[in-house]
Design a binder for this molecule. Structure first.
Ligand code: ADP
Ligand code: MG
Length: 579
C-alpha cells in the first residue's frame, strides 16, 4: 500500500524526531525512541509508559505536564527492548520519589517492562508498575489477565499523571492507576486493516463488505468477522459488551470515542452520536466525551469506544491541567523547579558495541559455537518472510522481523567474543537478544541462550560427544523452565514451548542411549519440527494468538516454528563440521 514514508527502516526514528521538533517546549529525546518532558519536575513520582510505536499520538504525545514523564517506543507494534525501557527509567528516576510504569497487557511489554523494573530496583530506584487490560473483546470479566491493553490506557496516563503532578506518593499514584484500570472498559471494530511498513503487507485482510468486531490495536484480528452493518449496529454491539462487563447503571462516565488512525472525524461523530443515545436509554450519564485519534493503529479504518466509570476523585483528576502534545487543558503551571533540562548528550541506547572490534581468531569449541550461531543467524535471515507470514493470521506479522533483527545483532557481537569460552559466548548472545530485540520472542529466546550458556560453563562441557549431549540436554531443560517462568505459558498453550519440550526430551533420551552428538541433535530437530507441526490444531492460550480463541486453531505457532528452524540449523551445522 502507499504510505507517506521514506524508508521503512527509518520510520520510527523520524516519527520521534518529528514530534520532538514540533513540540520542543514540551518534549525532548534522550535516546533512541526515548522521549521525556522538556521541563522536568523533581520531587514527584514519575510516570513511564510506552510500547511498540504505530499508535501515535500514544505514547510520546502524552509526555508533558500532568501526564507522562517518559515514553519509550519500540519498533512499530513491537515491545521496546529492556535497554530502552531502562534508559527511559534512568532519565526520570533521579530526584523522583518513585517511578510507576504503565504497561499494556501484551506478553512482550509485560516481560520487557518487568525486566527493566527489576534492574531499576537493583539500582535502588523505587519502581512499580500497573498493567492495563481494558479490552472486553478478549476473556471474560474474571479472566482479565488475558485481556489486551487498548485505548483506555490514555485515561490511566491522564489520571495517574494528575495524581503524580499533585505530589502524591508512589503507592497513591499506583492506587489511582489501578482504580482507572478497574473502571475502564473498551472494545473496537475495524473495516479495513493496517500495514506495518517493515512488513509491507496488511496484518489481516477484510473483504469490501466485511468488518472485524473486537479488533486489537496491532491489527490483530478481532473475535468475529461479520458482514458490514450500519455504524449504529456496530456501536450497539460494542456497548452491549462494554456495559455488560461492569455495572455502569446510575454512574456517570467519561466516554472515549477513539479513532484507529484511518477514521475521519465525521464518522467518529456518528459513533459518538449513537453512543450518547444508547447511554441515555440505559440511564448512564455522560460526564464528558473525548472524541478523536487518541491511540491509533497506523492507518487502520476502525474505532473503539471506552467508558470510564467515574467518581468525584476521577472527575477531578481528568479535569486537572495537562500540557502535552496531544492533551492540553487548563493552565498547566510549570513549577519553579521545572526549568528545561540541560541538553545532556543523548544516551545512545542502541550503540553497536561489537561491530568495530577487530576479530581475533576463535579456536576450538568457541569457534564451533560461533559458527553454529552464525548459521542460525543466516537461517533466521533466510526464513524471515516465512516466519513473519506465520505470525500474520494469529499474531502481528513481525516474528520473522524480530528474529532476523535479534540474530543480526547477535552476529555483530560474535567477532568480539572470539577469545571467550563457549558458555560466555552463549550468555552474551542471550543478553543481546533480551536487551536489544524487544517483542516477546527477544527476552524468551534470550533466556534460552543464557540458560544453555550456563549449562556449558564447565571447561570440558563440549570436550566429548557424551559431555556435549549431557550439557545441551541440561541446558535446554533449564531454558524450558526459564521460559515458563518468564512467560507463564505451559506446554499445550501453542507457544515455542511446544517445540522446545519435545526437543529437550529427545536430547535427554539420546543422552540415555549414549547417542553421538550429531545424531542426538538430529533427533532433537526432528522432535522440534514434529512439536511445531503439532501446534496447528491447538487453541492458543498465551501470547497474541490467544486473543483469537478458537480462530487460532489451524495455524502453526510462529515461535514453535522458529525454534524448530533453530534446532534443525544447529543440527545441520554441527553435522557439517563433523564431516
Ligand atoms: P510478539 O508476540 O511480541 O509479536 P513475536 O511475534 O516475535 O513477538 O513472537 C511470537 C511468539 O512468541 C509466539 O509464536 C510464541 O511462540 C511465543 N510466545 C508468545 N508468548 C509466549 C509466552 N508467554 N511463553 C512462551 N512463548 C511465548
Ligand atoms: Mg508477533
Amino acid at each position: 500500500m502507499k504510505k507517506f514514508i521514506n524508508r521503512p527502516e527509518d520510520v520510527e526514528r523520524q516519527v520521534v524526531d518529528g514530534y520532538v521538533k514540533s513540540y520542543p517546549a514540551l518534549i525532548r529525546k534522550v535516546g533512541d525512541d526515548v522521549v521525556v518532558r522538556t521541563h522536568r519536575k523533581r520531587g514527584k513520582v514519575t510516570l513511564v509508559s510506552g510500547g511498540g510505536m504505530g499508535h501515535e499520538p500514544a505514547h510520546l504525545g502524552y509526555v508533558g505536564t500532568g501526564m507522562l514523564d517518559a515514553a519509550v517506543g519500540g519498533a512499530i507494534y513491537t515491545s521496546p527492548a529492556v535497554d530502552r525501557i531502562s534508559a527511559g527509567i534512568e532519565a526520570v528516576a533521579p530526584d523522583a520519589t518513585g517511578v510507576l510504569l504503565v504497561v499494556k497487557n501484551y506478553t512482550g511489554d509485560v516481560i520487557n517492562f518487568r525486566l527493566a523494573e527489576e534492574a531499576a530496583r537493583e539500582e535502588g530506584v523505587a519502581c512499580d508498575h500497573v498493567v492495563v487490560n481494558d479490552d472486553v473483546a478478549v476473556g471474560t470479566p474474571t479472566q482479565r489477565e488475558q485481556r489486551r491493553g487498548v485505548a483506555g490506557t490514555v485515561f490511566v496516563h491522564k489520571c495517574a499523571g494528575a495524581a503524580a503532578e499533585a505530589g502524591e506518593p508512589l503507592a497513591e499514584v499506583k492506587r489511582v492507576a489501578e482504580k482507572v484500570i478497574d473502571n475502564v472498559r473498551t472494545m473496537g471494530v475495524a473495516i479495513a486493516p493496517c500495514t506495518v511498513p517493515a512488513a509491507g503487507k496488511p496484518g489481516f485482510t477484510l473483504a469490501d463488505d466485511e468488518m472485524e468486531i473486537g479488533v486489537g490495536i496491532h491489527g490483530e484480528p478481532g473475535i468475529r468477522r461479520e458482514k458490514m452493518e450500519p455504524v449504529d449496529a456496530m456501536v450497539d454491539e460494542i456497548l452491549d459488551h462494554v456495559l455488560a462487563d461492569i455495572d455502569y447503571a446510575g454512574h456517570e462516565v467519561a466516554v472515549l470515542v477513539n479513532g484507529a488512525g484511518g477514521t475521519p472525524d465525521y464518522e467518529l461523530a456518528l459513533v459518538a452520536n449513537h453512543v450518547h443515545d444508547v447511554l441515555s436509554a440505559r440511564h448512564v450519564g455522560v460526564w464528558h466525551t473525548y472524541m478523536g485519534n487518541y491511540l491509533t493503529s497506523l492507518e487502520m479504518r476502525g474505532f473503539s469506544v471506552s467508558l470510564l466509570r467515574l467518581d468525584d476523585e476521577l472527575k477531578d483528576l481528568l479535569s486537572a491541567p495537562a500540557d502535552t502534545p496531544a492533551w492540553q487543558q487548563g493552565e498547566a503551571n510549570l513549577a519553579e523547579d521545572a526549568a528545561p533540562e540541560e541538553d545532556a548528550a543523548p544516551k545512545q541506547v542502541a550503540a553497536s558495541e561489537a561491530s568495530n572490534v577487530p576479530a581475533a581468531e576463535a579456536t576450538g569449541a568457541t569457534k564451533a559455537v560461533i559458527d553454529v550461531i552464525s548459521a542460525v543467524a543466516d537461517a533466521m535471515g533466510a526464513h524471515k518472510d516465512e516466519l513473519t507470514e506465520l505470525d500474520q493470521p494469529i499474531g502481528d506479522s513481525d516474528h520473522g522481523i524480530n528474529m532476523a533483527r535479534g540474530f543480526s545483532a547477535a552476529r555483530a557481537l560474535l567477532p568480539s567474543l572470539a577469545g571467550e569460552a563457549p558458555a560466555a559466548v552463549l550468555k552474551k548472545v542471550g543478553s543481546t537478544l533480551v536487551s536489544k530485540v524487544g517483542g516477546s520472542s527477544g527476552p524468551l529466546y534470550g533466556t534460552l541462550f543464557r540458560k544453555v550458556g550456563v549449562a556449558l560453563k564447565g571447561d570440558d562441557s563440549l570436550a566429548s560427544d557424551e559431555n556435549a549431549v549431557r550439557c545441551l540436554a541440561a541446558g535446554l531443560s533449564k531454558a524450558f523452565v526459564g521460559i515458563e517462568d518468564l512467560g507463564g505459558a505451559k506446554p499445550g498453550d501453542k507457544t515455542m514451548l511446544d517445540a522446545i519440550q519435545p526437543a529437550m526430551e529427545a536430547l535427554e533420551h539420546a543422552r540415555g542411549e549414549d547417542a553421538p552428538l550429531v545424531e542426538a541433535l538430529a533427533q532433537a530437530a526432528d522432535a522440534a519440527e514434529a512439536g511445531a507441526e503439532a501446534t496447528v490444531p491447538l487453541q492458543a492460550r498465551k501470547g497474541r494468538a490467544s486473543y483469537l480463541g478458537e480462530r487460532s486453531v489451524g495455524h502453526k505457532d510462529p515461535g514453535a516454528a522458529s525454534f524448530a528452524l533453530l534446532m534443525r540449523t544447529v543440527a545441520n551445522a554441527v553435522a557439517t563440521r563433523a564431516k
